[in-house]
Design a protein around this ligand. Structure first.
Ligand code: KIV
Ligand code: ZN
Length: 502
């Protein structure tokens, strides 16, 4: 059995999805969850891109152990030095450097000859190798590169010390058979001198198929992201490629080190943090991925699950313990549920989650696992509360214009504000914006129901922009207007924190 390495680039290529930027604390939270999931390598960021990226990679390298931490760098000395500075504290570290190789990129974007691109690639791999043992090289736009030239570049960077050769389908142009054949040619040439990796984009919806085809032809590493997020149409989806290998082990004779029971939790964490929802019919992690609607299917399933189910929901961590807790559940039951869900929290974190759980249980009869996860995700991002919601009253109807009466504390002052709006959320947001006198702009507002039923916990995610900086805030409550207010106030608190830290 072949073990395929999983190189997760959610924090780098995934973060390049429009609107997906994460702050440092959120990145640490994601990196820790990726370790629980069992990924082999975490590409933590592109350290030269910004001070924020550098700081995030550095903290991940210092605080998150259990996977190789990789930093991305163009084939330039300054990039490679910066990547090294950010990852150097990690017990296991990798520099991932890249240079375009296609004539299209060389001629129109970089204006360098093939010879010069080859020389720079080999020189920079050698330089990276002088800093760390583990060096990966990517010939960007490989799938539109002349194959003979590509092989020459790969040979040169292996001679210079690269131990992983990552073949990116940068623009998502490749087709499975063609890509498989290309990987085979590379594998035949390189043999076991380096691991062949693939990095497929999803512009034609083929990133998973291309990655699987590459595995059949000798690839030993797949680069992917949770929920398939990433530049443009995204990257190869980690959960899809992993579950394809697991479900069809008979065909691939390959597996991964992924603990698949952590898949759903990781997927939900990414959705919450990035605010990018998963389409309901998405394979593996979509809300409908295990929902059987047709009568014939339901009949078959009741007789024998195998009739229409190729993956057990529990294999990805979807537990059928429908009913979890309610208002009579005590601290002990709550704590053991947290443990079963895989959380290890400090005593004060458990206490604060328990208080919130109790207040939710007063509003909602049954508390599901998803509700608990939403409560915890609200609490895990540490935000100093400059602004606090004290009270909110909203009125309106089909005839009357919606009105919001708000009480908000700012430091030790409590401010009252009444505003009217085009809708109830608009009225609430006008009241908050007026009370705190914000200069920020609301870029995105999303509502998501955590579970079913009219008493479902509603989760609101908002993105604000102030002076070119974007922040996201989340709020969860059974009252969707309170959830909206909490989300907005959390985002405003993050902006306030930023101003203080500048
Ligand atoms: O898509 C791509 O080519 C990349 C490289 C930096 C590996 O993301
Ligand atoms: Zn990419």
């Amino acid at each position: 059995m072949n073990t395929i390495k999983i190189f997760d680039t959610t924090l780098r290529d995934g973060e390049q999805s429009p609107g997906a930027s994460m702050n440092v604390d959120e990145k640490i939270m994601v990196a820790k969850q990726l370790v629980k999931l069992g990924v082999d390598i975490i590409e933590a960021g592109f350290p030269i891109a910004s001070q924020g990226d550098f700081d995030a990679v550095k903290r991940i390298a210092e605080e998150v152990h259990g996977a190789v931490i990789a930093g991305l760098a163009r084939a330039k000395e300054e990039d490679i030095r910066r990547a090294y500075e950010s990852i150097k504290q990690a017990p296991a570290k990798r520099i991932h450097t890249f240079h375009s190789t296609s004539d299209i990129h060389l001629k129109y974007q970089f204006r360098v000859s093939r010879e010069e691109a080859l020389r720079r690639s080999a020189d920079m791999v050698r330089f990276a190798k002088s800093l760390v043992e583990d060096v990966e090289f990517s010939p960007m736009d490989a799938t539109r590169t002349d194959i003979d030239y590509l092989l020459e570049v790969l040979e040169a960077v292996v001679d210079a010390g690269a131990k992983t050769l990552n073949i990116p389908d940068t623009v998502g142009y490749a087709l499975p058979q063609e890509f498989g054949a290309m990987i085979k040619r590379i594998k035949d040439k390189i043999g076991d001198r380096a691991v062949i990796s693939v990095h497929c984009h999803n512009d034609l919806g083929l990133s998973v198929a291309n990655s699987l085809s590459a595995i059949l032809n000798g690839a030993g590493q797949v680069e992917c992201t949770i929920n398939g997020i990433g530049e443009r149409a995204g990257n190869c989806s980690m959960e899809e490629v992993v579950m394809a290998l697991k479900t069809r082990r008979d065909f691939f004779n390959a597996d991964t080190n992924i603990n698949t029971k952590e898949i759903i939790r990781t997927s939900r964490l990414i959705t919450r943090i990035t605010g990018i929802p998963v389409q309901p019919n998405k394979a593996i992690v979509g809300a409908n991925a295990f929902a059987h609607e047709s009568g014939i299917h339901q009949d078959g399933l009741l007789k024998e699950k195998m009739t229409y189910e190729i993956i057990k929901p529990s294999d990805i961590g979807l537990n059928k313990t429908e009913l979890v807790l309610g208002k009579h559940s005590g601290r002990h039951a709550f704590k053991s549920r947290l443990k079963e869900l895989g959380y290890s929290l400090r005593a004060e974190e458990i206490e604060s989650a328990f208080v919130r759980f109790k207040s939710l249980a007063d509003q909602k009869k049954y508390i599901f696992d998803e509700d608990i996860e939403a409560l915890l995700s609200e609490q895990t991002t540490k935000v100093t509360e400059t602004y606090k919601l004290v009270d909110l009253y909203v009125a309106g109807g089909s005839q009357a214009k919606p009105m919001a009466a708000l009480k908000i504390s700012i430091g030790d002052k409590v401010i009252d504000r009444i505003e009217y709006g085009d809708g109830p959320v608009d009225a609430v947001y006008r009241a908050i914006a007026g009370a705190v006198d914000t200069k920020s702009t609301l870029l995105k507002f999303e509502v998501n129901s955590i579970t079913g039923g009219t008493d479902a916990l509603g989760e609101v995610s908002v993105t604000l922009e102030e002076e070119g900086k974007k922040v996201r805030g989340q709020g969860a409550d059974t009252n969707i207007l309170i959830a909206a207010a909490k989300a907005y106030i959390t985002a405003l608190n993050k902006l306030a924190m930023r101003r203080v830290n500048q």
